[in-house]
Design a protein around this ligand. Sequence first.
Ligand code: B12
Length: 429
Amino acid sequence: MRVLLIQPPIEDFYITPIRTYPLNLIYLASALEAAGIEVSILDCLNPLTRRTLAYPKAFDYLKAYYDPNERGPSKLFGHYYRFGLSDEAILQRIKAFDPAIIGISANFTTYFDTVETLCHKINKAFPSTKIVLGGYHATVFGKAIKQGLPFVDIISGEGEAALLNMLGGKDSSFSFEIFIPDHHLITPTLYQMHRQNMSALVASRGCVKACTFCTVSTMYGRSMRWRTIESIMAEMRTLYDTHNVRVFDFEDDNLSLNRAWFVALLTAIIAKFKDIRLYAMNGLALETLDQPLLKLMWQAGFRNLNLSLVTAQESEQERLHRGTNNTIFDRVVTEAKSIGFDVTVYFILGLPDQTATDIEETLTFLYEYDVLVAPSVFYPPPGTPLYNNEPWIMCRSSAFALNPSTFPRSQQVKIFRRVREMNASLKRI
Ligand code: B12
Protein backbone atom coordinates (compact mmCIF):
# COMPACT_ATOMS: atom_id res chain seq x y z
CA MET A 1 0.00 0.00 0.00
CA ARG A 2 1.46 3.35 -1.07
CA VAL A 3 0.63 6.55 0.80
CA LEU A 4 1.20 10.06 -0.53
CA LEU A 5 1.25 12.93 1.98
CA ILE A 6 0.64 16.40 0.57
CA GLN A 7 1.52 19.85 1.91
CA PRO A 8 -0.99 21.83 -0.18
CA PRO A 9 -0.47 25.16 -1.96
CA ILE A 10 -1.74 28.32 -0.27
CA GLU A 11 -3.35 31.43 -1.71
CA ASP A 12 -2.69 34.72 0.03
CA PHE A 13 -1.00 38.11 -0.35
CA TYR A 14 2.23 36.78 1.17
CA ILE A 15 3.98 33.72 2.52
CA THR A 16 6.74 33.22 5.09
CA PRO A 17 9.05 31.02 2.99
CA ILE A 18 11.61 30.20 5.70
CA ARG A 19 8.91 28.52 7.78
CA THR A 20 7.25 26.21 5.28
CA TYR A 21 9.16 23.10 6.36
CA PRO A 22 6.59 20.24 6.22
CA LEU A 23 7.29 18.92 9.73
CA ASN A 24 3.76 17.58 10.20
CA LEU A 25 4.16 15.31 7.18
CA ILE A 26 7.66 14.26 8.24
CA TYR A 27 6.22 13.05 11.55
CA LEU A 28 3.39 11.19 9.84
CA ALA A 29 5.64 9.69 7.16
CA SER A 30 8.25 8.51 9.68
CA ALA A 31 5.58 6.85 11.80
CA LEU A 32 4.15 5.07 8.75
CA GLU A 33 7.58 4.00 7.49
CA ALA A 34 8.46 2.63 10.92
CA ALA A 35 5.38 0.43 10.54
CA GLY A 36 6.52 -0.80 7.13
CA ILE A 37 4.27 1.36 4.94
CA GLU A 38 5.63 2.94 1.73
CA VAL A 39 5.24 6.72 1.83
CA SER A 40 6.16 9.74 -0.23
CA ILE A 41 5.85 13.45 0.58
CA LEU A 42 4.67 15.97 -1.99
CA ASP A 43 5.56 19.41 -0.69
CA CYS A 44 3.65 21.72 -3.04
CA LEU A 45 5.34 24.77 -1.48
CA ASN A 46 8.99 23.84 -2.04
CA PRO A 47 10.62 24.69 -4.39
CA LEU A 48 8.44 27.76 -4.01
CA THR A 49 6.62 29.04 -7.07
CA ARG A 50 3.99 31.74 -7.25
CA ARG A 51 1.36 32.87 -9.70
CA THR A 52 -0.67 36.06 -9.53
CA LEU A 53 -4.42 35.56 -9.08
CA ALA A 54 -7.39 37.88 -9.13
CA TYR A 55 -8.50 38.95 -5.63
CA PRO A 56 -11.18 36.58 -4.33
CA LYS A 57 -14.58 38.33 -4.14
CA ALA A 58 -14.44 38.17 -0.34
CA PHE A 59 -11.34 40.40 -0.41
CA ASP A 60 -12.59 43.10 -2.78
CA TYR A 61 -12.65 45.55 0.15
CA LEU A 62 -8.87 45.20 0.48
CA LYS A 63 -8.31 46.93 -2.87
CA ALA A 64 -8.76 50.20 -0.99
CA TYR A 65 -5.63 49.40 1.03
CA TYR A 66 -3.34 47.24 -1.10
CA ASP A 67 -1.71 48.61 -4.24
CA PRO A 68 0.45 46.28 -6.36
CA ASN A 69 2.30 49.30 -7.81
CA GLU A 70 3.19 50.88 -4.49
CA ARG A 71 6.87 50.87 -3.50
CA GLY A 72 8.67 51.86 -0.31
CA PRO A 73 8.84 50.86 3.33
CA SER A 74 5.21 51.42 4.22
CA LYS A 75 3.90 49.13 1.49
CA LEU A 76 1.71 46.41 2.94
CA PHE A 77 0.59 43.95 0.28
CA GLY A 78 -0.15 44.11 -3.44
CA HIS A 79 -1.06 41.13 -5.57
CA TYR A 80 -2.91 38.06 -4.45
CA TYR A 81 -0.92 34.91 -5.21
CA ARG A 82 -1.12 31.20 -5.45
CA PHE A 83 2.01 29.88 -3.75
CA GLY A 84 2.87 26.37 -4.84
CA LEU A 85 2.06 23.85 -7.53
CA SER A 86 -1.01 24.09 -9.75
CA ASP A 87 -3.72 21.47 -9.21
CA GLU A 88 -2.86 20.01 -12.62
CA ALA A 89 0.78 19.52 -11.61
CA ILE A 90 -0.37 17.89 -8.37
CA LEU A 91 -2.65 15.50 -10.27
CA GLN A 92 0.30 14.53 -12.48
CA ARG A 93 2.46 13.78 -9.44
CA ILE A 94 -0.34 11.68 -7.98
CA LYS A 95 -0.65 9.74 -11.22
CA ALA A 96 3.09 9.06 -11.28
CA PHE A 97 3.19 7.75 -7.68
CA ASP A 98 -0.14 5.94 -7.90
CA PRO A 99 -0.96 5.92 -4.18
CA ALA A 100 -3.81 3.97 -2.60
CA ILE A 101 -4.18 6.70 0.00
CA ILE A 102 -3.57 10.42 -0.07
CA GLY A 103 -3.20 12.38 3.15
CA ILE A 104 -3.53 16.15 2.87
CA SER A 105 -2.67 18.61 5.58
CA ALA A 106 -5.61 20.88 6.40
CA ASN A 107 -4.02 22.95 9.15
CA PHE A 108 -5.21 26.37 8.08
CA THR A 109 -8.87 27.29 8.21
CA THR A 110 -8.31 30.27 5.96
CA TYR A 111 -6.74 28.22 3.14
CA PHE A 112 -9.28 25.41 3.23
CA ASP A 113 -10.99 26.47 -0.01
CA THR A 114 -7.80 25.55 -1.89
CA VAL A 115 -7.70 22.14 -0.22
CA GLU A 116 -11.38 21.59 -0.92
CA THR A 117 -11.00 22.33 -4.63
CA LEU A 118 -8.00 20.00 -4.80
CA CYS A 119 -9.96 17.19 -3.09
CA HIS A 120 -12.76 17.48 -5.67
CA LYS A 121 -10.25 17.26 -8.52
CA ILE A 122 -8.42 14.28 -6.99
CA ASN A 123 -11.70 12.48 -6.39
CA LYS A 124 -12.76 13.06 -9.98
CA ALA A 125 -9.46 11.93 -11.47
CA PHE A 126 -8.79 9.03 -9.07
CA PRO A 127 -12.17 7.96 -7.65
CA SER A 128 -10.83 4.82 -5.98
CA THR A 129 -8.07 6.65 -4.09
CA LYS A 130 -8.88 7.29 -0.46
CA ILE A 131 -8.35 10.89 0.70
CA VAL A 132 -7.60 11.64 4.37
CA LEU A 133 -7.52 15.14 5.84
CA GLY A 134 -5.90 16.06 9.15
CA GLY A 135 -4.54 19.08 11.01
CA TYR A 136 -6.00 21.99 12.96
CA HIS A 137 -8.79 22.90 10.57
CA ALA A 138 -9.80 19.26 10.09
CA THR A 139 -9.84 18.84 13.87
CA VAL A 140 -12.10 21.81 14.58
CA PHE A 141 -14.41 21.62 11.56
CA GLY A 142 -14.51 17.90 10.71
CA LYS A 143 -18.31 17.73 10.49
CA ALA A 144 -18.66 20.82 8.30
CA ILE A 145 -15.90 19.57 6.01
CA LYS A 146 -17.69 16.25 5.51
CA GLN A 147 -20.79 18.10 4.32
CA GLY A 148 -18.88 19.57 1.37
CA LEU A 149 -16.56 16.58 0.87
CA PRO A 150 -18.51 13.44 1.81
CA PHE A 151 -15.89 11.19 0.19
CA VAL A 152 -12.97 12.21 2.46
CA ASP A 153 -11.95 10.74 5.80
CA ILE A 154 -11.10 13.09 8.63
CA ILE A 155 -8.53 12.51 11.34
CA SER A 156 -8.86 14.70 14.41
CA GLY A 157 -5.96 15.62 16.65
CA GLU A 158 -2.43 14.33 16.42
CA GLY A 159 -2.12 12.21 13.33
CA GLU A 160 0.52 9.52 13.80
CA ALA A 161 -1.31 6.83 15.79
CA ALA A 162 -4.68 7.64 14.22
CA LEU A 163 -3.38 7.34 10.66
CA LEU A 164 -1.51 4.12 11.47
CA ASN A 165 -4.70 2.79 12.96
CA MET A 166 -6.74 3.74 9.92
CA LEU A 167 -4.23 2.05 7.62
CA GLY A 168 -4.00 -1.04 9.79
CA GLY A 169 -0.22 -0.66 10.32
CA LYS A 170 1.63 -3.50 11.99
CA ASP A 171 2.15 -1.46 15.13
CA SER A 172 -0.03 1.58 15.60
CA SER A 173 1.60 2.77 18.81
CA PHE A 174 3.37 6.12 18.74
CA SER A 175 5.23 7.73 21.59
CA PHE A 176 6.05 11.36 20.90
CA GLU A 177 8.51 11.51 23.80
CA ILE A 178 10.96 8.96 22.36
CA PHE A 179 10.12 9.12 18.66
CA ILE A 180 12.88 10.26 16.30
CA PRO A 181 11.39 11.65 13.09
CA ASP A 182 13.34 10.77 9.96
CA HIS A 183 13.61 13.66 7.50
CA HIS A 184 14.92 11.61 4.56
CA LEU A 185 11.79 12.04 2.38
CA ILE A 186 12.43 15.71 1.67
CA THR A 187 15.26 17.44 -0.22
CA PRO A 188 17.31 19.30 2.42
CA THR A 189 18.72 21.93 0.06
CA LEU A 190 15.19 23.24 -0.63
CA TYR A 191 14.94 24.61 2.92
CA GLN A 192 17.60 27.22 3.60
CA MET A 193 18.48 30.17 5.77
CA HIS A 194 21.78 32.08 5.96
CA ARG A 195 22.65 30.07 2.80
CA GLN A 196 22.71 26.88 4.82
CA ASN A 197 20.36 23.98 5.08
CA MET A 198 17.73 24.54 7.70
CA SER A 199 15.32 22.26 9.46
CA ALA A 200 12.32 22.79 11.70
CA LEU A 201 11.86 20.53 14.68
CA VAL A 202 9.74 20.30 17.79
CA ALA A 203 11.08 19.28 21.18
CA SER A 204 7.74 19.45 22.99
CA ARG A 205 4.04 19.46 22.17
CA GLY A 206 1.35 21.70 23.59
CA CYS A 207 1.30 24.77 25.80
CA VAL A 208 -0.03 25.30 29.32
CA LYS A 209 -0.86 28.96 28.76
CA ALA A 210 -4.45 29.83 28.03
CA CYS A 211 -4.08 32.87 25.72
CA THR A 212 -7.57 33.41 24.37
CA PHE A 213 -6.47 34.09 20.77
CA CYS A 214 -4.45 30.89 20.33
CA THR A 215 -5.83 27.71 18.78
CA VAL A 216 -3.04 25.33 19.81
CA SER A 217 -5.15 23.70 22.55
CA THR A 218 -7.65 22.52 19.92
CA MET A 219 -4.90 20.09 18.84
CA TYR A 220 -2.80 19.46 21.92
CA GLY A 221 -5.06 20.27 24.89
CA ARG A 222 -3.75 22.33 27.80
CA SER A 223 -0.92 20.10 28.91
CA MET A 224 2.60 19.64 27.63
CA ARG A 225 4.77 16.70 26.71
CA TRP A 226 8.51 16.87 26.35
CA ARG A 227 10.76 14.67 24.24
CA THR A 228 13.77 12.95 25.75
CA ILE A 229 17.00 14.87 25.24
CA GLU A 230 18.47 11.71 23.62
CA SER A 231 15.79 11.61 20.93
CA ILE A 232 16.26 15.30 20.09
CA MET A 233 20.06 14.89 19.95
CA ALA A 234 19.70 11.87 17.67
CA GLU A 235 17.42 13.81 15.31
CA MET A 236 19.77 16.81 15.24
CA ARG A 237 22.83 14.59 14.72
CA THR A 238 21.32 12.93 11.63
CA LEU A 239 20.16 16.28 10.28
CA TYR A 240 23.66 17.70 10.81
CA ASP A 241 25.68 14.75 9.46
CA THR A 242 23.43 13.45 6.69
CA HIS A 243 21.41 16.47 5.60
CA ASN A 244 24.08 19.12 6.27
CA VAL A 245 21.67 21.14 8.37
CA ARG A 246 23.28 24.02 10.26
CA VAL A 247 20.20 26.07 11.15
CA PHE A 248 17.58 24.57 13.46
CA ASP A 249 14.24 26.23 14.16
CA PHE A 250 12.30 24.97 17.18
CA GLU A 251 8.61 25.45 16.37
CA ASP A 252 7.50 24.60 19.94
CA ASP A 253 4.69 26.55 21.53
CA ASN A 254 6.47 27.00 24.86
CA LEU A 255 10.03 25.75 24.42
CA SER A 256 11.44 27.22 27.65
CA LEU A 257 8.60 26.51 30.12
CA ASN A 258 10.21 23.45 31.70
CA ARG A 259 13.41 25.05 32.88
CA ALA A 260 15.32 21.95 34.04
CA TRP A 261 14.57 20.13 30.79
CA PHE A 262 15.44 23.18 28.65
CA VAL A 263 18.75 23.62 30.48
CA ALA A 264 19.50 19.93 29.85
CA LEU A 265 18.65 20.39 26.16
CA LEU A 266 20.84 23.46 25.77
CA THR A 267 23.70 21.82 27.68
CA ALA A 268 23.54 18.77 25.40
CA ILE A 269 23.50 20.99 22.29
CA ILE A 270 26.53 22.96 23.54
CA ALA A 271 28.42 19.69 24.14
CA LYS A 272 27.61 18.20 20.72
CA PHE A 273 27.47 21.05 18.18
CA LYS A 274 29.83 23.97 17.68
CA ASP A 275 28.76 25.73 14.49
CA ILE A 276 24.97 25.75 14.42
CA ARG A 277 22.42 28.53 14.58
CA LEU A 278 19.26 28.10 16.61
CA TYR A 279 15.90 29.84 16.38
CA ALA A 280 12.57 29.58 18.14
CA MET A 281 10.55 31.43 15.49
CA ASN A 282 7.22 30.49 16.99
CA GLY A 283 8.19 32.65 19.96
CA LEU A 284 9.31 32.26 23.55
CA ALA A 285 7.30 32.96 26.70
CA LEU A 286 8.85 36.01 28.38
CA GLU A 287 8.22 34.88 31.94
CA THR A 288 10.28 31.70 31.43
CA LEU A 289 13.49 33.59 30.57
CA ASP A 290 16.23 35.02 32.77
CA GLN A 291 19.87 35.94 32.40
CA PRO A 292 21.51 32.53 33.10
CA LEU A 293 19.11 30.87 30.66
CA LEU A 294 19.66 33.54 28.01
CA LYS A 295 23.43 33.13 28.36
CA LEU A 296 23.08 29.39 27.87
CA MET A 297 20.88 29.97 24.82
CA TRP A 298 23.51 32.28 23.34
CA GLN A 299 26.22 29.66 23.95
CA ALA A 300 24.07 27.02 22.23
CA GLY A 301 23.65 29.14 19.08
CA PHE A 302 20.65 31.44 19.54
CA ARG A 303 21.30 34.99 18.30
CA ASN A 304 17.74 36.25 17.75
CA LEU A 305 14.81 36.16 20.12
CA ASN A 306 11.20 36.26 18.98
CA LEU A 307 9.21 37.48 21.95
CA SER A 308 5.54 38.10 22.06
CA LEU A 309 4.24 40.90 24.27
CA VAL A 310 0.80 41.01 22.55
CA THR A 311 -0.05 44.27 24.34
CA ALA A 312 1.65 46.61 26.81
CA GLN A 313 -1.66 47.27 28.59
CA GLU A 314 -1.44 45.22 31.74
CA SER A 315 -5.22 44.97 32.18
CA GLU A 316 -5.39 43.45 28.69
CA GLN A 317 -2.51 41.08 29.42
CA GLU A 318 -4.57 39.75 32.32
CA ARG A 319 -7.80 39.57 30.35
CA LEU A 320 -6.07 37.57 27.61
CA HIS A 321 -4.47 35.22 30.20
CA ARG A 322 -0.98 36.10 29.06
CA GLY A 323 0.78 35.23 32.33
CA THR A 324 3.35 37.96 31.79
CA ASN A 325 3.67 41.73 32.32
CA ASN A 326 5.72 44.79 31.41
CA THR A 327 8.12 44.45 34.35
CA ILE A 328 9.04 40.97 33.15
CA PHE A 329 9.33 42.28 29.58
CA ASP A 330 11.66 45.07 30.71
CA ARG A 331 13.88 42.66 32.62
CA VAL A 332 14.12 40.08 29.84
CA VAL A 333 14.71 42.55 27.01
CA THR A 334 17.33 44.46 29.00
CA GLU A 335 19.15 41.23 29.84
CA ALA A 336 18.89 39.91 26.29
CA LYS A 337 20.20 43.13 24.75
CA SER A 338 23.12 43.24 27.20
CA ILE A 339 24.13 39.76 26.02
CA GLY A 340 23.90 40.86 22.36
CA PHE A 341 20.66 39.31 21.10
CA ASP A 342 18.66 40.84 18.29
CA VAL A 343 15.14 40.99 19.62
CA THR A 344 11.86 41.05 17.70
CA VAL A 345 8.76 41.81 19.73
CA TYR A 346 5.28 40.97 18.47
CA PHE A 347 2.09 42.78 19.40
CA ILE A 348 -1.43 42.05 18.18
CA LEU A 349 -3.13 44.73 16.14
CA GLY A 350 -6.93 44.76 16.05
CA LEU A 351 -7.90 42.55 18.98
CA PRO A 352 -11.65 42.69 19.75
CA ASP A 353 -12.46 45.81 21.81
CA GLN A 354 -9.07 47.37 21.12
CA THR A 355 -8.81 51.02 20.05
CA ALA A 356 -6.14 53.04 18.27
CA THR A 357 -5.29 54.68 21.61
CA ASP A 358 -4.60 51.25 23.11
CA ILE A 359 -2.16 50.51 20.31
CA GLU A 360 -0.45 53.88 20.75
CA GLU A 361 0.15 52.93 24.38
CA THR A 362 1.78 49.67 23.33
CA LEU A 363 3.91 51.36 20.68
CA THR A 364 5.04 54.14 23.02
CA PHE A 365 6.09 51.46 25.49
CA LEU A 366 7.92 49.37 22.86
CA TYR A 367 9.77 52.24 21.22
CA GLU A 368 11.69 52.78 24.46
CA TYR A 369 13.56 49.61 23.60
CA ASP A 370 16.08 48.76 20.92
CA VAL A 371 13.93 46.06 19.38
CA LEU A 372 12.26 45.32 16.08
CA VAL A 373 8.52 45.79 16.52
CA ALA A 374 6.33 43.39 14.59
CA PRO A 375 2.56 43.76 14.32
CA SER A 376 0.51 40.56 14.09
CA VAL A 377 -2.87 41.52 12.70
CA PHE A 378 -5.62 39.79 14.66
CA TYR A 379 -7.59 37.08 12.88
CA PRO A 380 -10.58 35.16 14.27
CA PRO A 381 -9.03 32.06 15.86
CA PRO A 382 -11.08 28.93 15.05
CA GLY A 383 -12.00 26.77 18.01
CA THR A 384 -11.60 29.55 20.60
CA PRO A 385 -14.14 31.84 22.28
CA LEU A 386 -12.90 34.70 20.08
CA TYR A 387 -14.15 32.94 16.94
CA ASN A 388 -17.63 34.18 16.01
CA ASN A 389 -18.50 32.12 12.95
CA GLU A 390 -16.60 34.43 10.64
CA PRO A 391 -16.23 32.96 7.12
CA TRP A 392 -13.26 30.60 7.04
CA ILE A 393 -11.37 32.65 4.46
CA MET A 394 -11.25 35.60 6.89
CA CYS A 395 -9.10 33.75 9.45
CA ARG A 396 -5.85 35.31 8.29
CA SER A 397 -3.87 38.43 9.18
CA SER A 398 -3.81 39.86 5.68
CA ALA A 399 -7.65 40.11 5.71
CA PHE A 400 -7.77 42.73 8.50
CA ALA A 401 -10.92 40.81 9.33
CA LEU A 402 -12.39 42.97 12.08
CA ASN A 403 -13.72 46.40 11.21
CA PRO A 404 -15.45 47.78 14.30
CA SER A 405 -16.52 51.42 14.42
CA THR A 406 -14.36 51.85 17.54
CA PHE A 407 -11.23 50.85 15.61
CA PRO A 408 -11.95 50.84 11.88
CA ARG A 409 -9.88 48.82 9.44
CA SER A 410 -8.55 52.05 7.86
CA GLN A 411 -6.97 53.01 11.19
CA GLN A 412 -5.53 49.54 11.71
CA VAL A 413 -3.92 49.67 8.27
CA LYS A 414 -2.53 53.14 8.97
CA ILE A 415 -0.86 51.96 12.17
CA PHE A 416 0.54 48.89 10.44
CA ARG A 417 2.12 51.12 7.78
CA ARG A 418 3.55 53.47 10.40
CA VAL A 419 5.20 50.61 12.26
CA ARG A 420 6.77 49.44 9.00
CA GLU A 421 8.13 52.94 8.33
CA MET A 422 9.48 53.21 11.87
CA ASN A 423 11.26 49.88 11.56
CA ALA A 424 12.78 50.90 8.23
CA SER A 425 13.94 54.27 9.54
CA LEU A 426 15.58 52.57 12.51
CA LYS A 427 17.39 50.30 10.01
CA ARG A 428 16.33 47.33 11.99
CA ILE A 429 15.02 45.32 9.06
C1 B12 B 1 5.10 26.66 11.62
C2 B12 B 1 3.72 27.29 11.54
C3 B12 B 1 3.42 28.04 10.40
C4 B12 B 1 4.33 28.13 9.18
C5 B12 B 1 3.90 27.12 8.11
C6 B12 B 1 4.09 25.68 8.57
C7 B12 B 1 3.68 24.68 7.50
N1 B12 B 1 4.60 23.92 6.98
O1 B12 B 1 2.53 24.62 7.15
C8 B12 B 1 4.03 29.59 8.73
C9 B12 B 1 4.95 30.54 9.49
C10 B12 B 1 4.20 29.87 7.24
C11 B12 B 1 2.62 29.75 9.27
C12 B12 B 1 1.80 30.74 8.82
C13 B12 B 1 0.53 30.97 9.32
N2 B12 B 1 -0.10 30.28 10.29
CO1 B12 B 1 0.81 28.90 11.32
N3 B12 B 1 1.62 27.72 12.55
C14 B12 B 1 2.77 27.14 12.58
C15 B12 B 1 2.93 26.40 13.93
C16 B12 B 1 3.65 27.35 14.88
C17 B12 B 1 3.68 25.09 13.93
C18 B12 B 1 3.18 24.04 12.91
C19 B12 B 1 4.07 22.81 13.01
O2 B12 B 1 4.92 22.58 12.15
N4 B12 B 1 3.90 22.00 14.05
C20 B12 B 1 4.62 20.74 14.23
C21 B12 B 1 3.85 19.58 13.56
C22 B12 B 1 4.60 18.28 13.79
O3 B12 B 1 2.62 19.50 14.20
P1 B12 B 1 1.21 19.80 13.46
O4 B12 B 1 1.41 20.73 12.33
O5 B12 B 1 0.25 20.16 14.50
O6 B12 B 1 0.85 18.36 12.83
C23 B12 B 1 0.17 17.36 13.57
C24 B12 B 1 -1.35 17.48 13.52
O7 B12 B 1 -1.79 18.76 13.21
C25 B12 B 1 -1.80 16.46 12.53
N5 B12 B 1 -1.76 16.77 11.10
C26 B12 B 1 -1.27 17.83 10.44
N6 B12 B 1 -1.40 17.66 9.10
C27 B12 B 1 -1.97 16.45 8.91
C28 B12 B 1 -2.33 15.78 7.74
C29 B12 B 1 -2.92 14.51 7.82
C30 B12 B 1 -3.28 13.78 6.58
C31 B12 B 1 -3.17 13.93 9.10
C32 B12 B 1 -3.80 12.59 9.22
C33 B12 B 1 -2.83 14.63 10.28
C34 B12 B 1 -2.23 15.88 10.17
O8 B12 B 1 -0.84 15.43 12.74
C35 B12 B 1 0.47 16.05 12.88
C36 B12 B 1 1.36 15.14 13.67
O9 B12 B 1 0.80 14.82 14.92
C37 B12 B 1 1.41 26.22 14.31
C38 B12 B 1 1.15 26.10 15.80
C39 B12 B 1 1.42 24.69 16.25
N7 B12 B 1 1.95 24.51 17.40
O10 B12 B 1 1.16 23.69 15.57
C40 B12 B 1 0.77 27.45 13.68
C41 B12 B 1 -0.67 27.35 13.16
C42 B12 B 1 -0.82 26.04 12.42
N8 B12 B 1 -0.76 28.48 12.23
C43 B12 B 1 -1.92 29.03 12.19
C44 B12 B 1 -2.29 30.12 11.34
C45 B12 B 1 -3.72 30.61 11.44
C46 B12 B 1 -1.38 30.70 10.45
C47 B12 B 1 -1.67 31.89 9.50
C48 B12 B 1 -2.78 31.57 8.50
C49 B12 B 1 -2.00 33.14 10.38
C50 B12 B 1 -1.86 34.47 9.70
N9 B12 B 1 -0.93 35.24 10.23
O11 B12 B 1 -2.55 34.79 8.77
C51 B12 B 1 -0.29 32.11 8.83
C52 B12 B 1 -0.28 32.26 7.29
C53 B12 B 1 0.63 33.39 6.92
C54 B12 B 1 1.32 33.19 5.61
N10 B12 B 1 0.66 33.62 4.54
O12 B12 B 1 2.40 32.67 5.57
C55 B12 B 1 -2.87 28.40 13.19
C56 B12 B 1 -3.89 27.47 12.48
C57 B12 B 1 -5.25 27.52 13.10
C58 B12 B 1 -6.33 27.37 12.08
N11 B12 B 1 -7.34 26.56 12.42
O13 B12 B 1 -6.31 27.97 11.03
C59 B12 B 1 -1.83 27.68 14.16
C60 B12 B 1 -2.38 26.45 14.87
C61 B12 B 1 -1.33 28.76 15.16
C62 B12 B 1 -2.16 29.14 16.33
N12 B12 B 1 -1.46 29.42 17.41
O14 B12 B 1 -3.34 29.25 16.36
N13 B12 B 1 2.35 28.87 10.26
